[in-house]
Write a protein that binds this ligand. Sequence first.
Ligand code: ADP
Ligand code: MG
Length: 439
Amino acid sequence: MSSAVTIWKAALGELELQVSRPNFQTWFKDTTALAYDGETFLVGTPNNFVTEYLEKNQRSLIEKTLIGLTRHSVRVRFQIAWETGDGEVTPRPENDTAALYGFNPHYTFDNFVVGPGNRLAHAAALGVAQHAAKATYNPLFLYAGPGLGKTHLLHAIGQEAVRQGQRPVHTSGEQFTQEFVEAIREQRADDFRARYRSADILMIDDVHAISGKEQTQECFFNTFNDLHNAGRQIVITSDRPPKEMSRVEERLQSRFEWGLMADIQPPDYETRRAILLARAEDAHTELTPDVLEMLASEARRNIRELEGNLNRILAYASLLRAEVTTDLAHKAMKDIAPQSTPLLPAPELALRLVAENFATTVDDLLGHRRDKVTAQARHVAMYLLKQRGGLSLAEIGQSLGGRGASTVSHAYEKVSRDIEASPVFCRRVEDIRQKLDAK
Ligand code: ADP
Ligand code: MG
């Protein structure tokens, strides 16, 4: 690790203690160290907007912090930068137009692998990007759990739109809120409004961050209406569908549903495999079938994790100057960091343990008996499988004798409530879970 990286890591640690959490999340979290020559410290930022903000508002705090750490006088400069796949940070080429808008050049349609879980979202995103001027589906509302490609699609839309001569304005729910609060405080509400209303396309990533923030929502509502009425395309991503955004005003929820909503489901095995192959090719590496199989069998819920695992293995191989074998892959996963998602047991194991504990049988869990014990055991099995992750509600229902996703969802809520209500029941579920985790 270069000294710049080490110093900046320490500086971020201190800055995190000195500024508020939302402030840190919005402005500091995605910064990186680009270079330090003993005098000038070059900080990488994700986009122009962050550069401007830090330049104007945080320069002296950052310099003070760096001086404290290095015991030298330090001048800070900011520059837009991107992390490349292998964890290195490079200043961004000057001529990159998308850079102006803060898009990750890697997040393009070309680099997006399409599979059953994201087909609709991809098609909708592509349609919107190519016909941005017509605003056919307005808004486009994409939702999915973390690491499934929301931001990737959003940036892909933005970059395509720039190519079509459109001017996107691109922000996140968090950043929108921050900016709004600051604009009000500094009495610059008009500038703020003007900036957003000048957009040909308004793109808001992770809109759920405005949950519970009434004034921000009011402001967003007005911005939304103005742009929508003017026929400008709006694209929104969120971690959940509008109806489930309980702390977002209903009128906004219903606006979100006006256009096209598309969700992204976790990738199936084939898609995970295709993504790994594409990433390996980017890295000019070939993966053996064994290693590919091993990686594709894990990180089922989150593509960021899938890529992280691959990167870890490639880094390990390059440090050891060794070939990427299954053996090395296993070591890399074990030595470098504990896997965040443990290997998932087959649902059969969970069913067996639950059946044992409830003195019933797997066949009964899969069958149609409705007596209280069997029903409760079935619910617990669904609960444990959902908590373990890696399977969609539909898959869990399927593995429990072909039941529907909503049944699983109800079972999950019921068991959660029962666990709260009864320590004895809670203990029992925990016992099963421990056995399951031990396998
Ligand atoms: P989210 O915004 O939903 O949390 P991201 O868009 O940040 O997820 O995606 C996480 C990582 O996975 C990114 O590196 C992204 O490029 C990659 N990724 C997600 N979906 C795909 C896909 N379908 N094909 C290729 N890479 C993908
Ligand atoms: Mg995202």
